[in-house]
Ligand binder design. Structure first.
Ligand code: HEC
Length: 201
């Protein structure tokens, strides 16, 4: 009698334990939606960010087909695994200052665990992409103006807004501005503003 009861307890308890350790893949798939605006899971399908296919064991900044890595990430010496990805997704700027990922991080430990459980499966070589990546234009669709509708003043642009040179290679444009900085853009994210109204230059 007591052995039967013990067996029942073990049977009920063990899946819960495994679950807590591994993270919830289905929940992780939902969390990944915020990443899918910038990252695909298909090999070498790069968007604003690099493809995440075959991520585990990869050197940070090491995907040859992605040409817009920051120097900071490329020289970080990080190898992506459970631990380094958890730190990166908690606070990217803290782990790699001056990185180029426009993302604040996920503060909830459980969300990160679920996301990593999902990603570990979905990025395995040969895994079918489980989330259809979006068009990659993120929130910039809809024909409206970027920047919350404020009319840009093109007559007196700041040095950081005045373009002095553009170069182009494959899917990447490098834009140099009058403040001396050069930024790399995925071709579908590049927008130039012109203004032919009386407010324009
Ligand atoms: C707004 C776009 C954007 C979002 C949202 C975003 N990323 Fe990124 N991600 C990037 C960019 C750009 C880089 C390259 C950063 C660099 O070079 O410094 C990057 C880099 C990475 C890398 C390093 C890849 C490598 O090859 O070294 C990982 C891992 C990553 N992101 C995971 C995620 C995950 C997971 C999420 C969602 C929680 C996410 N990112 C959200 C744009 C984004």
């Amino acid at each position: 009698m007591s052995r039967l009861a013990l067996l029942a307890v073990v049977l009920v308890a063990s899946p819960t334990v495994a679950f807590a350790q591994q993270g919830d893949v289905a929940r992780g798939r939902q969390v990944f939606r915020v990443c899918a605006a910038c990252h695909s899971l298909e090999p070498d399908r790069n968007m604003t960010g690099p493809s995440l296919a075959a991520l585990w064991g990869r050197k940070a900044g090491g995907l040859a087909s992605f040409e817009r890595y920051s120097d900071a990430l490329k020289s970080s010496g990080i190898i992506w695994d459970d631990r380094s990805l958890d730190a990166w997704l908690t606070d990217p700027d803290r782990m790699v200052p001056d990185n180029a990922m426009p993302f604040d991080g996920i503060k909830e430990q459980r969300d990160r665990a679920d996301l990593l459980a999902f990603l570990k499966d979905a990025t395995k070589p040969g895994a079918a992409p489980a989330v259809t990546a979006q068009s990659g234009t993120g929130g910039m669709m809809g024909g409206g103006m970027m920047g919350g509708g404020r009319v840009p003043n093109l007559r007196e642009p700041q040095t950081s807004e005045r373009v002095t040179a553009i170069t182009h290679c494959r899917d990447t444009y490098r834009v140099t501005t009058a403040d001396g900085k050069t930024r790399a853009f995925w071709e579908r994210n590049l927008r130039l503003k012109t203004d032919s109204s009386k407010d324009g230059p």
